[in-house]
Design a protein around this ligand. Structure first.
Ligand SMILES: C[S@@+](CC[C@H](N)C(=O)[O-])C[C@H]1O[C@@H](n2cnc3c(N)ncnc32)[C@H](O)[C@@H]1O
Length: 396
């Protein structure tokens, strides 16, 4: 039987490899559960998000969310303006498409642009640290809570602690300590941490509900089975079930802690969705099984080759006429843009924000790859959130 420790002691095989790489901690509780007063989430919910258990932690996260929003709006505007001035001073057209080798030395050492970068990264570091500290300090209670939910319904959870975890997934993506596969509370940390990234839109799942509304159903209207790849904390998977209540809905993710958290949350919400710790490039589902396959913010975290493997797998598991809706940065085919500041931003995400495969993603011809494996790339949907996206339909 899978106990709360089993998942991570069994993962010790991978753990050895991870340990040398990650600074992430183990599940060892620093203090006993008895030092934690009350229920695990004694403070109710804010929309669909369980309130953090202490006012101290909650207000820290609220502050960081507001601060990050300020950085992404006002400070970003200041840095953008500054980048144009720096280019002009160097005798370059501030709106021109200059190579990275020209742009970087000019922008990366500029104090105004650097200050914006530092604040952005710093706010993220504090977010992760405060969350990780909290969940580890109360590890026993949180592990117990997840363990109790493992077999709870209405949906199912499949954990595969002996699964081989691909090397390319073992990194501290967006500097999240332990990444998705190296911390038992990766799901908790990701869910609360991304509330700051998404400017508070995890409170009501606004972002994910919007994406679920945007997905194009197959032309014949038949939607019996739906899959989300890289389902993370499961917000989109849940939203897909709400959009297609009659369908069997699955979320697949490489991270055991991710699916474990996602399942617990879905069970808590009473939503009947299934989560499995599996690879998106090897989902184990039969050919032609799904009517819709979706992903959100997934491909930019894969190597170019892994993306190609996943797209081939999606084609295999979709039925003819089924639709594939991958939502991500530039999935419509945009590349790191001509503006120098935008280029610099992509680079700093890669260099300082742990976005290890960002530049490979920039090289990926998503549309071409989809066509190559047999999709009609027949629609460009203006997503209601950040991105413009492609929809692929498997040819009949
Ligand atoms: C940025 S998160 C997105 C989570 C979720 N889709 C959302 O919208 O919040 C990317 C997720 O993809 C998962 N992932 C990365 N590589 C994977 C792979 N090869 N197979 C399955 N999941 C993978 C990660 O563990 C992570 O949970």
């Amino acid at each position: 039987m899978l106990g709360r420790r089993t998942l991570f002691s069994a993962a010790a095989t991978t753990g050895a490899a991870i340990a040398s790489f990650f600074t992430g901690r183990t599940a060892a509780a620093k203090s006993s559960a008895s030092s934690f007063v009350g229920d695990v989430e004694p403070r109710g919910t804010d929309g669909r998000l369980e309130r953090l258990p202490t006012l101290d932690l909650e207000s820290t996260q609220d502050f960081l969310t507001g601060f990050r929003t300020k950085i992404n709006t006002e400070f970003e505007g200041i840095a953008l303006k500054r980048s144009r001035k720096v280019l002009e001073d160097a005798g370059l057209n501030p709106y021109g498409d200059h190579p990275m080798e020209t742009v970087l030395p000019l922008l990366e050492n500029d104090p105004v642009i650097g200050a914006r970068t530092r604040l952005w990264i710093g706010s993220q570091q504090v977010t992760w640290k405060t969350l990780q500290d909290h969940f580890h300090e109360h590890a026993d209670v949180y592990l117990e809570e997840m363990e109790a939910a493992d077999n709870a319904g209405p949906g199912t959870l499949e954990l595969n602690p002996d699964m081989e975890i691909p090397e390319y997934t073992k990194h501290e993506i967006h500097i999240q300590p332990g990444g998705y596969v190296g911390d038992p509370f990766a799901g908790h940390i990701y869910h609360y941490g991304t509330n700051m990234f998404f400017a508070g839109r995890n409170f009501q799942d606004e972002l994910h509900l919007g994406h679920a509304r945007d997905v194009a159903a197959p032309e014949d209207g038949k939607v019996l089975r739906v899959l989300e790849l890289g389902s993370g904390s499961g917000q989109l998977t849940v939203a897909l079930k709400e959009r297609f209540p009659e369908a069997e809905v699955w979320g697949v993710d490489v991270g055991g802690p991710m699916v474990r958290y996602a399942h617990m949350r879905a069970a808590d919400l009473g939503v009947d969705v299934n989560f499995a710790q599996r690879l998106a490039e090897d989902t184990k589902f039969p050919d032609g099984h799904f009517d819709i396959v979706m992903s959100h913010l997934f491909f930019h975290e894969l190597t170019e080759q892994a993306s190609k493997n996943v797209i081939a797998e999606v084609h295999r598991i979709l039925r003819p006429g089924g639709t594939f809706f991958p939502i991500d940065l530039w999935s419509r085919g945009q590349r790191p843009g001509p503006q120098a500041f935008q280029k610099y931003t992509y680079w700093f995400n890669h260099r300082w924000n742990g976005e290890v495969w960002f530049m490979e993603y920039a090289n990926l011809d998503l549309e071409g790859t989809m066509r190559e494996v047999g999709f009609d790339v027949n629609e460009r949907v203006r997503g209601r959130q950040f991105f413009e996206n492609l929809t692929g339909t498997k040819k009949a």
